[in-house]
Design a protein around this ligand. Structure first.
Ligand SMILES: C[S@@+](CC[C@H](N)C(=O)[O-])C[C@H]1O[C@@H](n2cnc3c(N)ncnc32)[C@H](O)[C@@H]1O
Ligand code: SF4
Ligand code: SF4
Length: 347
């Protein structure tokens, strides 16, 4: 066994509670759905320090990252420690709640025209016991992030849950991710979290209304911009620690990236450019808009833009989900992870 160990904090501090109650120690796609257990079937201790959790932590301690083939968070793999493997962990300090996928719009890259909401993600007999089930997960948490799989303001389950959490755990800060349409002062006050937001992420995939309407079916571009004005004001007054925009890159909107970066700077936010995740069931459409595919007719335009100076220099521009932006040739994630580990081991 190597005497140097690369440390990843996530399986000790982060719990992602996702559809059907599965618990992941990191982004589900990066770890290919390796679940520690199920909150509707097992207790907190059985999951968080159970066999599957310990196996995951042991593997990472052994510098075996085979359970993390899609890791896109290489920057957190920095510390090297030589101590004993720590397989049992304190409760998580950050909990991501993504139990409910209800949404009021259909973004073309997320939900196709025929998409049907799955109402079985939370067992019916558990719906009114959710807060009790979540309590052991939240007792030591400092941050709750919600909702990465649906629209928080559109879902009654999510709204009720946030209010209950804010009441029962007044110290918890919230990280909200939203399409921004209903993210108004009134709605934040109704949720009782207007003074407890550590991070606000708004997904805005275009700077031009016409482009937005092509991507977000049933959206409301003008309302999102209005709400962003309010959020920008909160950020200026330090009432929100971080304000971030998400922009999913497709052939429909990529030309607007530079203007979008400019707008983001104007409102005091950061921007995260998301590579298209093609694992969903919308294959025909993805082929048409997946500009990150080398065979896409506009692929070279994107690479050229990605290597322009103004695009890559800003610290306020985060690129996630694609290495196409940082090398002339795409590097698969597994390869980047291997390189990173190799470099850390050499130190
Ligand atoms: C699923 S949404 C849920 C939160 C909220 N409804 C929103 O739109 O921000 C979370 C993020 O995933 C992104 N997303 C959805 N489908 C995607 C895909 N196929 N590829 C890449 N990002 C995607 C969205 O743009 C959004 O920023
Ligand atoms: S190594 Fe990467 S994918 Fe694995 S838990 Fe850490 S951040 Fe997540
Ligand atoms: S708003 Fe969010 S959850 Fe709704 S369709 Fe768009 S990306 Fe998906």
């Amino acid at each position: 066994m190597a005497d140097k160990h690369i440390y990843c904090p996530n399986p000790y501090i982060l719990a992602e509670l996702m559809p059907y109650g599965h618990v992941y120690p990191c982004s589900c796609g990066w770890i290919k759905g390796y679940s520690f257990g199920n909150i509707f079937e097992q207790s907190f201790d059985e999951i968080w320090n159970g066999e599957k959790a310990q196996e995951f932590r042991q593997k990472l301690y052994d510098n075996d990252f085979s359970l993390c083939p899609g890791c896109q968070n290489l920057e957190i793999l920095e510390e090297i420690h030589d101590g004993q493997p720590k397989l049992i962990s304190e409760p998580p300090e950050r909990v991501l709640l993504g139990l409910d996928e209800f949404c009021d719009v259909k973004c073309v890259f997320c939900r196709g025209e025929n998409y049907k909401i799955n109402t079985n993600l939370i067992p019916k007999d558990k719906e009114d016991k959710l807060l009790d089930i979540l309590t052991p997960w939240l007792e030591h948490a400092k941050y709750v992030k919600t909702n990465a799989v649906g629209e928080v303001f559109a879902s009654k389950i999510s709204r009720d849950l946030i209010r209950q959490i804010a009441d029962k755990f007044p110290h918890i800060k919230f990280e909200i991710i939203t399409n921004g349409i209903h993210c108004t002062k009134e709605n934040l006050e109704k949720l009782k979290i207007s003074d407890k937001i550590s991070m606000m992420t708004v997904s805005l995939h275009a700077i031009k209304e016409k482009t937005y309407n092509k991507l977000v079916k049933g959206g409301n571009y003008r309302q999102v911009l209005k709400n962003l004005e309010y959020l920008s004001e909160l950020k200026k007054q330090d009432k929100i620690e971080r304000l971030e925009l998400h922009f999913t890159v497709t052939s429909i909107n990529y030309k607007e990236i530079p203007e979008m970066i400019e707008y983001t700077r104007k409102i005091g936010a950061k921007i995260r450019l998301l590579g298209l995740d093609c694992s969903r069931d919308l294959e025909t459409l993805y082929n048409a808009i997946n500009i990150q595919d080398k065979n896409h007719p506009q692929y070279n335009n994107l690479v050229k833009m990605a290597h322009s100076k103004e695009f890559l220099t800003g610290k306020d521009v985060v690129i996630q989900g694609h290495e196409y932006f940082s090398g002339l040739e795409p590097i698969p994630f597994a390869e980047s992870l291997k390189n990173k580990i190799k470099n850390l081991m050499k130190r």
